[in-house]
Write a protein that binds this ligand. Structure first.
Ligand code: GAR
Length: 192
């Protein structure tokens, strides 16, 4: 059977990355082959080393101006790129090499509360300040505009009276950990 290889791009903590690694840990047909980060101090790199997964870090210049990243992805025969808390816009050369093969998770119900600068706690603060009764997660394909690619899956949670950005972030992480790995699995099953 052909092994399907996932590359995860993450900038920070990496709780989603770890959940994805664990979900596929005992599978013979899919594996997380590579973790890539723009942040040398990201906790996701420690998590990668615990699971013996190769990790690569890069600067902004390396990410946007060089084909080095592409070379590494090709060496690892990457089937699908997963953005799990990755904050930089994906350059065209990657979009062209991986058409409909790059997916992102966003901690709100797109098309609301998306776009440049809308990440992590900024998103939750805006949702609460806007008086939204409901928030949630969006898993979507990545295109050349932040948070505007085709939506694959959404799940919701209530925003309750007294909710803070921190409590909302916790609820959103529960949804992400529950639904992101299985959504990735479903997308992979459509790729031959
Ligand atoms: C997640 O909540 C993810 O949705 C968000 O960053 C967090 C990363 O958490 N992504 C964005 O805001 C992208 N715009 P993690 O590092 O614990 O997986």
């Amino acid at each position: 059977m052909n092994m399907k290889n996932i590359a995860i791009f993450a900038s920070g903590n990496g709780s989603n990355a770890e959940t994805i690694i664990r979900y596929f840990e005992n599978r013979s047909d899919v594996r997380v082959a590579l973790i890539l980060s723009n942040n040398k101090n990201a906790k996701v790199l420690d998590r990668a080393s615990v699971y013996n997964i190769e990790a690569v870090t890069f600067s902004k210049d390396e990410f946007y101006k060089s084909v080095e990243i592409l070379k590494i992805l090709k060496q690892h025969k990457i089937t699908l790129i997963v953005l799990a808390g990755f904050l930089w816009l994906i350059p065209d050369f990657l979009l062209n090499e991986f058409p409909d093969r790059i997916i992102n998770i966003h901690p709100a119900l797109l098309p609301m509360f998306g776009g440049k600068g809308m990440f992590g706690m900024h998103v939750h603060t805006s949702v609460i300040n806007n008086g939204e009764p409901v928030s949630g997660i969006t898993i979507h394909f990545v295109n050349e505009v932040y948070d505007e690619g085709k939506i694959i899956y959404q799940a919701t949670c209530p925003v309750e009276p007294g909710e803070t950005p921190e409590t909302l972030a916790q609820k959103i992480h529960v949804l992400e950990h529950k639904f992101f790995p299985e959504t990735i699995d479903k997308v992979l099953s459509t790729i031959l």
